[in-house]
Design a protein around this ligand. Structure first.
Ligand code: DP6
Length: 353
């Protein structure tokens, strides 16, 4: 039989002798089950646009914060009795999900495995609402499937082929493989941790400002923007300076500087989308109301900065000490149930059984 290079990947990293890691593969497969958690990540410096659609390589780099409280929990079981993959999301069968199947196929290819899988997934975040559940979903699925096949996800996340798989699932998903502040490189689509979650006492106050799925997927929206927005080239050209600025702000632990570049990156991304044909507008009226609240907080001396992605929701970056003030100010635009203070969280990981 062909032995995948991943069967010996822990040996390559010096943690086990080759024979032991092969045995690990063989003994782990019959058990064949693992559960993983992945937190959602919110981009501070945004990704929008692809330079290679097939490999889902981004046209720009990005820098994000992985959150602790919101995310996806997924259990994968490779089951010799199954003739087809089974996928359940939030208690509903979704067996025909092409992205899930493609990710499982990729793991099977890398691990030389042909068993079908049973996948049970639950989002602790509204699905397809623009709150990044596709990123945590792909990261949790990949990590659970990798572990269920006997592999070590903490080794795999530093491996280009594994990260390529995760990124094909969702362009922003590799960022959820690491905790805290994380950067995704434009050059090769790989990810690396910038600052661990415990290193900086940041908070992200999440205001959910609509219910139900978004009208246009990120994938479709990006393609339309690249094809039709006259500002797309300007967005790509101006982007690297935002990444440089964000790295410097993080290095200096300068929250005002980081918040400022985050708002600028957000505004430029949305301006570029608004100029697409037909225009892409993910915001609603409450988005603007929330931005007014954040501007008011800043005018009153509270350090708070807002960002939006492919949805109307507003995420406010602030210091631990200001989070409660931010949350209570946002009560003017959203009921308490739709507001949540979140903290930097760990990277996607296997949970003990
Ligand atoms: C606006 O990762 O959802 O949230 O690569 O097509 O799966 P695909 O898109 P996705 O895009 C996220 C875009 C964004 C900005 C960001 O997270 O960087």
């Amino acid at each position: 039989a062909v032995v995948s290079k991943y069967a010996t990947s822990s040996a390559r990293h010096g943690t086990l002798d080759p024979a032991a890691s092969l045995r690990m593969t063989h003994t782990a497969t019959p058990t064949g089950t693992a559960t993983a958690w992945a937190g959602i990540n919110i981009a501070l410096v945004k990704y929008w646009g692809k330079r290679d659609a097939a490999a889902n390589l981004p046209a720009v780099g990005s820098l994000s914060l992985t959150l602790a409280e919101l995310g996806t929990r997924t259990t994968v079981t490779f089951d010799p009795t199954l003739t087809d993959d089974r996928f359940e999301l939030n208690g509903v069968a979704r067996d025909d999900d092409a992205r899930v199947r493609a990710l499982l196929d990729g793991v099977r290819r890398l691990r030389c495995l042909d068993r079908r899988a049973r996948v049970v997934s639950r989002n602790h975040v509204p699905t397809a609402s623009g709150l990044a559940s596709s990123a945590s979903g792909a990261a949790a699925l990949a990590v659970a499937a990798w572990a269920a096949s006997g592999g070590d996800p903490t080794v795999a996340r530093a491996d280009a082929a594994f990260v390529d798989l995760v990124r094909r699932g969702s362009g922003s998903a590799p960022r959820s493989l690491y905790g805290g502040l994380v950067e995704l490189d434009r050059s090769d689509g790989q990810v690396h941790p910038v600052l661990p979650p415990e290193a900086w006492n940041l908070r992200m106050v999440v205001a959910r400002l609509a219910h139900g799925p978004k009208a246009t997927s990120s994938r479709e929206g990006m393609a339309r923007t690249a094809r039709t927005s006259p500002y797309y080239a300007a967005w790509i050209a101006a982007h690297p300076a935002d990444l440089v600025e964000a790295r410097a702000a993080i290095e200096a632990r300068d929250l005002a500087r980081l918040g400022t570049v985050m708002e600028r990156s957000t505004a430029r991304m949305h301006a570029c989308m608004l100029a697409a044909d037909p225009p892409l507008r993910y915001w609603n009226g409450r988005t603007l109301d929330a931005l007014d609240v954040v501007a008011g907080l800043r005018a009153a001396g509270v350090g708070a900065w807002a960002t939006m992605d492919a949805g109307p929701h507003v995420k406010v970056l602030c210091a631990d000490a200001d989070a409660e003030a931010v949350r209570s100010a946002l009560c003017a635009v959203a009921p308490e149930d739709d507001l949540q203070i979140t903290r930097p969280g760990p990277g996607a990981h296997v949970e003990p059984r």
